[in-house]
Design a protein around this ligand. Sequence first.
Ligand SMILES: Cc1cc2nc3c(=O)[nH]c(=O)nc-3n(C[C@H](O)[C@H](O)[C@H](O)COP(=O)(O)OP(=O)(O)OC[C@H]3O[C@@H](n4cnc5c(N)ncnc54)[C@H](O)[C@@H]3O)c2cc1C
Length: 560
Amino acid sequence: MVRHDVVVVGAGLAGMRAAIEASRYGVDVGVVSKLHPTRSHSGAAEGGINAALGNAGEDSPEKHTFFTVKGSDYLGDQDAIAVMCADGPGDIYELEHMGAIFSRTEDGRIAQRPFGAGGAPRTCYAADITGHVLLHVLYEQLVKSGVTVYEEWFALDLVTDGERCVGVTAWDLVRGGVQGVEASAVVLATGGLGRIYRGTTNAYACTGDGMSMAWRAGVPLKDMEFMQFHPTTLKSNGVLITEGCRGEGGYLRNAEGDRFMFNYAPNAGELASRDVVSRSEQTEIDEGRGVDGTVLLDLTHLGAKRINERLHGSRELAMDYAGVDPIEEPIPVRPGAHYHMGGIDTDVWGRTVMPGLYAAGECACVSVHGANRLGGNSLLETVVFGRRSGAAAAQDVRRDGMGGVFSPSAVRVTERAIGRMLDVNEGERPYVLRQELAEVMYEDAGIFRTAEKLEACKAAVTDLRERYARGVVVQDKGRTFNSDLIQAIELGSMLQMADCLVTGAIARTESRGAHSRLDYPDRDDENWLRHTMAHYDDGEVALDYKPVTITEYEPAVRTY
Ligand SMILES: Cc1cc2nc3c(=O)[nH]c(=O)nc-3n(C[C@H](O)[C@H](O)[C@H](O)COP(=O)(O)OP(=O)(O)OC[C@H]3O[C@@H](n4cnc5c(N)ncnc54)[C@H](O)[C@@H]3O)c2cc1C
């Protein structure tokens, strides 16, 4: 058993930023992460991070706020969005002072490029490896801060004393065995759940563990039905080709060579919001104007110099995984499951309804993205709300003291549950269920949804949950580096989170942002300008709703 004042679960950008901030308040901080911090999925972020610096055109936090509210299809909470956009410039300069090397303008300022539907060139970047650069800079700061890192510890469950969160249980991947991690405050920063879909841009580790832990402990999840499909992913494996390619002036063409986006978004074209571009691409493909299930991302007119300077990572990805050199020919791309807007319901300080529990980053939903996230806003969310949740957790601990009692029986209960999993020798293998889940989610809860498809999806997820509950076979019975066991545990979270997503999607009988219902094609503010809250009800999903915070901008028709 170990103990810290603040324990952060997850060591991506949100988790490390939270831990660094908490340590500044003089409290004892520990970080638990199933991956080594620099292997966290934030490192895959390519295109950049938004902040209204105004280095490439007129901009302001207010303008950033407005375009984020509009991009969210008015489901984002406007108070939270205003906080993020106001804090953004300060957080970027702080990252720079920590050592982040951003790309530069001719006169030495931080360069910025336009991203879809942003309304101004606002995305700061380090070529097209922004996440990699930021992750390493924060890791340096984490090491410097003296925070204790338990890397390759897999958090299993939140531990509560009936009222407040008092820690987590975790499986030590290196040595095997369940560890108790006692804390006065726990910050969940466990990232997204993209792996519940096939053809996703997300890494194998994006399995929704933290959301599922919170849900099982009785903390509601918000707006789970909203899954973003990114318009430019490679067909073969879902690898992302950054929106920065269109920000730098790339075109989308169909089989006839037409720049079709202007038929759908006459003003913004390729730089419309992601939900709009993904639907347009899918329509082109479905109506027979695609190229073998894809459309073409054409960068050839940008020239070798610009591509090599600003998009070299994307060029390498296209050459390695699609066999095309974008200097010479267009890249075939299609929409792929990319970012989950929903998550653990928090306030603007990362606090959840459970005392002692906080959340930040992609696993949280403070609701700055609403029904559709703007490119570049997620990295910003991780550092702004990572910092704020770390500060809140530390300040609350300093004010309130120790917190509740961590009963050692929590560790024994978890040990027994793991033992039962390892005892199963007959039944299905986890990967079979995982593949079926990813397939059905892509087919029936994808870009275009209908009641019929969603009901079929729910039935399939229910069936998968029942089969999982009967016991899946973990063939590796060992205790050290048992990735077979970890994948079986992750599958449980994925199934629960898929259920929350599809249940929310069935109920929401409107189209808003990334949730596009062919049977309810219009946005319905009268009935649906509200957040879905998914609660745990004896293993099942129970829904209720909560109002959206509107401060400045009344909902309006959203066109690009
Ligand atoms: C390919 C790609 C490109 C992107 N590009 C951009 C971009 O250019 N700009 C932008 O704004 N956004 C981008 N995004 C989105 C953005 O990168 C992510 O939303 C963001 O980085 C998530 O950060 P995070 O800290 O919340 O989670 P992550 O970086 O995913 O970190 C999660 C952490 O939680 C840990 N963890 C998870 N489960 C457990 C568990 N059970 N026990 C212990 N630890 C656990 C992991 O080890 C990891 O350390 C991109 C996303 C993808 C997939």
